[in-house]
Ligand binder design. Sequence first.
Ligand SMILES: [Zn+2]
Length: 112
Amino acid sequence: MHEMTLVAGILEIAEERAREAGAARINTVTVEIGRLAGVELSALVFCFETARLGTMAAGAELVVCELPGRGRCPACGADAEIDFYAALCPACDGCLQVVGGRELRVASLDVD
Ligand SMILES: [Zn+2]
């Protein structure tokens, strides 16, 4: 499952940062996920609750901040918020290029 791989990466980053901070455990992991990243949020949370066992984040909560997709029109330069790929420009009906919404990163941690 794709989400399990993502969760493994998230936990790895979180534990590394917690260790660098000299923390003993992780209370909250906040991740930012773009709407176009292709992540199933319910699956991500489910995987996190399984994968966190035995790690520094064993009792941690996963907080997801969803970022909107952003497209820019190469023809007229218009910016638009988009929910899917291959969206059309609201100004000239050109094909928008995706410029945001594919990110997936650990934004912050709350540790003890
Ligand atoms: Zn346009």
